[in-house]
Design a protein around this ligand. Structure first.
Ligand SMILES: N[C@@H]1O[C@H](COP(=O)(O)O)[C@@H](O)[C@H]1O
Length: 201
């Protein structure tokens, strides 16, 4: 199976996904596409021997259809079976998402359905949550709303800040996303929960 990965930044989740698709894994990364030519993940993908491409949304000011059309054309050059959004920070419209219905995943740094959108760590702290986490979900037309296929949970401790939460969560994201992807490309939608032993509140 061929997996395309879309990124906007450093690409640590992209690296975790790419490094997991080895050996008897049924899938391989076919391309990494960024919407920013300065995305640090492009060099990491090239170093892993993965083809890369850039479709810069700034080349399509106020023209989402133009941007999504170009992104789709770039993706289709690589004929992906699946698409993974990994720190991809552009909101994709229903038309684009519909072309990858049932075969596109996203990772979001909250315990969905809580805190869709941005600033999830700060919002969890503001709410006084004792647990926080990340989720991998199938992408649908509504932002951060599709079926949840995996979640990882951490405890919030007294002196946590958005930065310390993000730091403690990222290694779990790098475990969760590959675990979900491996099942997903085999048609297994059984959710993955990390840690397998529940975190007591
Ligand atoms: N969407 C969020 O953006 C961050 C990006 O990390 P990276 O994969 O670019 O390192 C991750 O926390 C991810 O959940």
């Amino acid at each position: 199976k061929r997996v395309a990965i879309l990124i906007s930044g450093g690409g640590s989740n992209m690296v975790a996904l790419a490094e997991s698709m080895v050996g008897d894994h049924p899938a391989r990364p076919c391309v990494v596409i960024a919407n920013d030519p300065d995305a640090g993940g492009l060099a990491k993908a090239a170093a892993l021997g993965i083809p890369t491409a850039v479709v810069d949304h700034r080349d399509f000011p106020k023209d989402r259809n133009g941007f999504e059309g170009a992104l789709h054309a770039s993706l289709e050059e690589y004929q992906p079976d699946f698409v993974c959004l990994a720190g991809f920070m552009r909101i994709l419209g229903a038309g684009f998402v519909g072309q990858y219905a049932g075969r596109m995943l996203n990772i979001h740094p909250s315990l969905l359905p809580k805190y869709k959108g941005l600033h999830t760590h700060a919002r969890a702290l503001e709410a006084g949550d004792t647990n926080h986490g990340c989720s991998v979900h199938e992408v649908t037309a509504d932002l951060d709303d599709g079926p949840i296929l995996g979640q990882a949970r951490i405890e919030v401790v007294a002196d946590d800040t958005p930065e310390t939460l993000a730091q403690r969560l990222l290694p779990l994201e790098h475990q969760l996303y590959p675990a979900v992807l491996r099942r997903y490309v085999m048609g297994d939608r059984t959710p993955v929960y990390l840690p397998s032993a529940p975190v007591m509140p």
